[in-house]
Design a protein around this ligand. Structure first.
Ligand SMILES: Nc1ncnc2c1ncn2[C@@H]1O[C@H](COP(=O)(O)OP(=O)(O)O)[C@@H](O)[C@H]1O
Ligand SMILES: CC(=O)N[C@@H](CCC(=O)OP(=O)(O)O)C(=O)O
Length: 259
């Protein structure tokens, strides 16, 4: 059975109760279904809060955080440090054997600087599956932050949806993108059950899909095309539906992205 990557981030990391509930579901899933799981996480809102406390500016271009040299250390501390360890703590509470990693560990996802303008922001590329497969074969749950390192040894901030897609390609894994919304919403804030690239392009052009959701939808199409299967975007809030979602059942919840 293919491994499953569950990606989450955003305000979930500020919400310990919901994060705890999600880990109860993950623990149940691990006990009942022998499928290897991997978590990839972001934590953009945790970084935003830290930037605010440090009076550092937050600038995003096309959904990506501009990351100057004087911010990369605090972003690494926030994502690969506190966000990663917060998630690890929830796994430990559920007695799930787990390990905190970043994209550079085992060269699992390769990273290349995107442009001088964006600063220390990395493009996520297919890497080496060996380390994560070794951990999965030994029963560990890898919890991977979206911090990477270039071949030249520069730390990079990677959008966590991009990171999750690159890791899914590396491991030939299934992928679910969990967020703080029930899925992709239309102009009347109603959930869209499934989306093709043409429909999505139209909603982006009309300004109905904006900001981080543009990155998420485009990442999902990229993954769906390469992996040859649909990708679900759903909410981490709907814990009662997640097991079925993890098992690939359609029409349960969220938006199904179809290449
Ligand atoms: N059409 C849309 N449907 C749903 N969410 C949207 C849409 N357009 C923009 N968004 C915004 O995208 C956000 C999710 O993207 P993002 O904040 O990057 O999520 P995450 O942190 O989970 O990766 C939602 O909270 C919402 O504010
Ligand atoms: C380059 C870039 O934009 N990096 C993101 C990484 C975190 C992330 O993607 O977090 P979510 O999954 O919560 O959105 C950032 O700094 O916010």
């Amino acid at each position: 059975m293919k491994p499953l990557i569950i990606k989450f981030g955003g305000v979930l990391l500020d919400n310990k109760d919901v994060l705890s509930k999600l880990f109860i579901v993950i623990s149940e899933y691990k006990k009942n279904f022998k499928r290897p799981l991997i978590i990839v996480h972001g934590g953009g809102s945790v970084v935003d809060a830290l930037m605010d406390r440090l009076s550092l500016p937050v600038v995003r271009r096309n959904g990506l955080r501009v990351t100057p040299a004087d911010q990369i250390d605090v972003i690494v501390g926030s994502l690969a440090g506190s966000a990663n360890t917060t998630i690890l703590s929830e796994a430990k509470k559920q007695q799930i054997p787990s390990i905190g990693l970043c994209l550079a560990d085992g060269d699992s996802v390769k990273v290349k600087q995107i442009s001088e303008e964006l600063g220390y922001v990395g493009e996520a590329l297919v890497g080496d599956p060996s380390l994560i497969n070794l951990l999965l074969n030994n029963g560990y749950l890898p919890i991977v932050s979206s911090i990477g390192i270039t071949d030249e040894g520069k730390m990079m901030n990677v959008n966590a949806d991009h990171a999750a897609v690159a890791l899914a390609k590396t491991l030939d894994a299934d992928l679910i993108l969990l967020s703080d919304v029930s899925g992709v919403l239309d102009g009347n804030k109603q959930l869209i059950a499934s989306l093709t690239q043409t429909e999505a392009d139209h909603l982006i052009a009309k300004g109905i899909i904006t900001d981080g959701m543009i990155v998420k939808v485009n990442s999902a199409f990229e993954a769906a095309k390469t992996l040859g299967r649909p990708i679900d975007i759903a909410s981490w809030k709907e814990s009662d539906k997640l097991i079925e979602l993890f098992n690939g059942k359609s029409g349960i919840t969220g938006t199904r992205i179809i290449a």
